[in-house]
Design a protein around this ligand. Structure first.
Ligand code: S3P
Length: 459
């Protein structure tokens, strides 16, 4: 297990010694969009091309799964381009072994939808210890209603045996507001007879709906009095496509928050610019919170990539340097859904606010890669924050500056990266156990921090 160390003096003097020119940071393709592109390209018979794919370990788990089914992947241009050559989902190679989804909930849940529709085949899905403790019945139960046979360990966990069947359409309510559940059912719906409709009271991330038409799959989304209704009609199979993935907004958020907090803690920021980042209102809740806290978030050079909008993002420095953070009360499920992977980072920002903040509706955080709800509070408190868990809420009393000391990632990549950012801002030295897990979503994380001039060591 690797340890991250940083020494308070080093980073304070970096910021105080004047701003360095930091080139536009590229964080690499969005992980959620890449998973969807990989799946559609692997279903389509022929050759597809994915430009700027995410190189996250989670996406590599999806690639490895399809390799077992006979799909060939070829990276080129320094891993910036990926060619996908597939026999088409109806002609996958027979594979009786185990498909290991490693740490990736998106791989496990989305692949379950695909495997459920491969009639006459049985496949086995497994994952690492963290993934094997996460709930899977939320996907398996509606797939079973479509006709699949799925056996889960303990009724809700991996490993899973998935017996593909001829599926039929259903209407299903996405009551947990999980984009993975919605997407899994839509993938299964492509192979079903009839129509699959997913109804959600709040629109969850809609990347599949946006990218599927580029692969020739028509998805109908409409707002009704029940909320967002998304349908796919079975039988229109994906065809090969060439798509470009925008950069990952969740990975970009770590550097934006670091830069923003530098202006608050050190009175100066580096005005980093993150290039070509996905901007989608089902994902940008954190940006809106940063604006409400008092930061000036700049969007420039707007583009369209992979059916999505993208832009360069940055945090403007304030004329006086320091930004005092306004506390927030977040009591809307919709807002939480739009930043579900950024709640740990928001807690870090609000831990520096002047006053008390509350973020509610966080029960889903208990079933992420760790019990992120308890651990965000527990680990930040170890280094001087004042955060309480109250039911499914975080209650955060702002402090002027975090103290420093030791923290642990518990193998959760988003917790690890948030704690590293916290550590770079601490008043005293900081160390983090288990920092290698960052590559689950962001393999270039430490290189970018290094290019920004931050000093740290990893042992
Ligand atoms: C994801 C959906 C979210 C998110 C995860 C990726 C996706 O999970 O937390 O990191 O790609 O669909 P839920 O569907 O469990 O909310």
């Amino acid at each position: 297990m690797s340890k991250f160390f940083c020494y308070a003096q080093d980073n304070e003097s970096l910021l105080k010694s004047g701003s360095r020119a930091v080139n536009a940071i590229r964080v690499g393709g969005d992980k959620s969009v890449t998973h969807r592109a990989l799946i559609l390209a692997s279903m389509a018979r022929g050759v597809s091309s994915i430009v700027n794919p995410s190189l996250a370990r989670d996406c590599m788990a999806t690639i490895a799964a399809f390799e077992k089914l006979g799909v060939v992947f070829e990276f080129s241009s320094g891993m910036k381009k990926l060619k996908v050559r597939s026999p088409g989902f109806e002609k996958y190679a027979k594979y009786q072994g185990v498909i290991d989804c490693c740490n990736s909930g998106t791989s496990a849940r989305l692949l379950m939808g695909l495997l459920a529709g491969l009639a006459g085949r049985v496949h086995f899905l497994t994952g690492d210890r963290s993934l094997s403790s996460r709930p899977m019945a939320r996907v398996a139960e509606p797939l079973k209603k479509m006709g699949a046979e799925i056996l889960l360990f303990d009724g809700d966990r991996l490993p899973a045996a998935v017996a593909g069947r001829a599926l039929s359409g259903i209407e299903c309510v996405n009551d947990r507001l999980s984009a993975q559940v919605k997407t899994s059912l839509l993938i299964a719906g492509i192979m079903a007879s009839g129509t699959v409709t997913v109804v959600e009271s709040i629109r969850t991330r809609d990347h599949f709906e946006r990218i599927a038409p580029l692969f020739g799959v028509n998805i109908i989304s409409r707002m009704t009095r029940r909320g967002n209704e998304v349908s796919v009609k079975g039988g229109a199979f994906p065809v090969p496509a060439k798509v470009t993935i925008p950069d990952d907004i969740s990975s970009a958020s770590f550097y934006l928050v670091l830069d923003a907090l530098c202006s608050t803690v050190f009175g100066k920021n580096q005005r980093v610019r993150l290039g070509g980042v996905l901007v989608n209102e089902t994902r940008d809740g954190l940006l809106r919170c940063l604006s409400e806290c008092g930061y000036d978030i700049c969007h420039s050079r707007k583009l369209r990539l992979g059916g999505e909008d993208a832009a360069d993002l940055g945090v403007a420095g304030r004329p006086a340097g320091v930004c005092e953070i306004s506390p927030l009360k977040i009591d809307s499920r919709e807002r939480v859904v739009s930043m579900i992977d950024e709640i740990a980072l928001l807690a870090l920002v609000l831990a520096h606010a002047r006053g008390k903040s509350v973020i509610s509706h966080l029960s889903e955080l208990r079933v992420k890669e760790s019990d992120r709800l308890s651990l965000v509070a527990g680990e930040l408190n170890k280094i001087g924050a004042r955060i309480r868990v109250r039911g499914d809420s975080l209650v955060i009393e702002g402090v002027k500056r975090l103290r420093g000391g030791c923290a642990d990632s518990h193998g959760d990549h988003r917790l690890a990266m948030m704690l590293v950012i916290a550590g770079l801002l601490c008043e005293e030295d900081f160390e983090l156990d288990g920092c290698e897990c960052v590559s689950t979503s962001n393999p270039g994380f430490f290189e970018v921090l290094d290019s920004m001039g931050f000093r740290f060591s990893i042992q």
